[in-house]
Design a protein around this ligand. Structure first.
Ligand SMILES: [Ca+2]
Length: 396
């Protein structure tokens, strides 16, 4: 039953029950009986209505964005007060502008806030949302043209602050927070090519840098360890790993030689286990299909290359450690559609969960809190209209 029709039924039932209530003395009991019956019916219908509202038309997710334009690139964070924050880039169908939109929800509630435009300057693309250990949110986005980076902070419990325009333009960048609540940004400046610039934002709001670091390939990703050091991977052909800080790399090496490796990802566990993954059709598992390759570094040496069983055309967007388990958020194109997947790897067993949807699913982001994985991603709800959606999964 459609939502509209169900609402009509509720309306019809509730108005007839009101009529029953206007009975005479004899009919009062009957009236009350009927009322009770109708109340039960109403509750039943309402609960059905709420369930339906929660998952849309019985979809396996909630739609957060629900805007007329395309909604893409969602990022999620959960602050210590139990608020789930989601940002994404959203296109204005009348002006054609891309804006940064924001919606939030209490972890124990069901409903999301109405999406609001938090930043509408430039042609907003690729928002990055990072949370430091104090619950401050750091937002970075780049405009399409001319590649300017914008930064804004939402202090824990406070409002989104003013935009800061960062000094150099870039097409290639990545950012992370460290345990000292500093925000690290590494990017390739337009003028560069074989050099990265490295900016650090201190908790007092001051910026350090840019420092120069040698660059080797595209698609950089990095993590910051407990000592504030950078572990960076790059890949656009071969896979390179570099380790160092603002004063330079101590190590910079090719860890996997190839002509076709790309999209490297890196994760670091609290006990110092480093995992690097990448895509390479070399690790094929049938015609036109492949698994995801990985290497692990413990202490000082890299393992040999192995693969995760994700056979097909997987797109692995994010990896991160939670405890000693590695989590992988990915999607897989099959024919003309794509479903969302997440996997957990404890070093031995690799367990995969598939979230089947009737649409094309892409670009997941997620965080784990209290044994639950909070996921956002985008769904092509109708041709060429992408929406940001949300789902909670249980993890061990
Ligand atoms: Ca939309």
């Amino acid at each position: 039953m459609s939502k509209h029709r169900r609402d009509l039924v509720i309306y019809a039932v509730s108005s007839s029950s009101r009529k029953e209530g206007k009975g005479g003395k004899i009919f009062i009991r009957v009236g009350y009986g009927l009322r009770a019956l109708f109340l039960v019916l109403l509750l039943f219908l309402f609960s059905g209505s709420f369930c339906q509202r929660e998952d849309g038309e019985n979809l396996p997710f909630q739609v957060i964005s629900n805007t007329p334009g395309n909604s893409v690139c969602p990022e999620i964070a959960i602050t210590p007060d139990g608020i789930i924050h989601v940002v994404w880039a959203d296109s204005d169908v009348t002006t054609g502008d891309w804006r940064i939109m924001y919606s939030w929800r209490d972890i124990s509630e069901r409903n999301w806030s109405e999406p609001v435009v938090v930043y509408d300057r430039g042609e907003a693309a690729w928002p990055t949302l990072r949370m430091d250990s104090l619950g401050n949110l750091h937002l970075l986005y780049r405009d399409w043209e001319p590649g300017t980076l914008f930064y804004a902070c939402k202090p824990f419990g406070g409002e989104w602050g003013d935009l800061e325009v960062l000094p150099e333009r870039t097409w290639l960048w990545y950012a992370q927070c460290d345990r000292e609540n500093r925000f690290h940004l590494i990017y390739e400046p337009f003028s560069g090519g074989i050099v990265y610039h490295y900016l650090i934002r201190n908790p007092d709001g001051s910026w350090e840098g840019p420092y120069e670091l040698p660059a080797r390939a595209d698609n950089l990703r990095f993590v910051i360890d407990g000592d504030g050091k950078v572990h960076l991977v790059e890949g656009g052909g071969s896979i390179f790993y570099s380790y160092g800080d603002k004063d330079g790399w101590y190590i910079s090496e090719m860890i996997y030689g190839s002509a076709s490796a790309e999209w490297p990802r890196i994760a670091l566990s609290r006990d110092g286990r480093l995992v690097v993954t990448w895509h390479d059709p070399h690790f094929h598992c049938g015609f036109g299909t492949y698994n995801i390759a990985y290497m692990v570094k413990e202490d000082t040496s890299w393992s040999s290359v192995d693969t995760f069983p994700m056979c097909g055309k997987p797109r692995l967007d994010r990896i991160f450690f939670h405890g000693s388990d590695l989590y992988l958020l990915w999607w897989k194109i099959e024919g003309s559609t794509a479903d969302l997947y997440w996997s957990a790897w404890d070093g031995n067993e690799f367990e995969t969960h598939r979230i089947e949807t009737p649409y094309f699913s892409m670009t997941p982001s997620g965080v784990i809190r209290d044994g639950r994985l909070y996921l956002v991603w985008i769904e092509e709800m109708e041709p060429k209209n992408f929406e940001v959606v949300f789902r909670v999964e249980n993890v061990k």
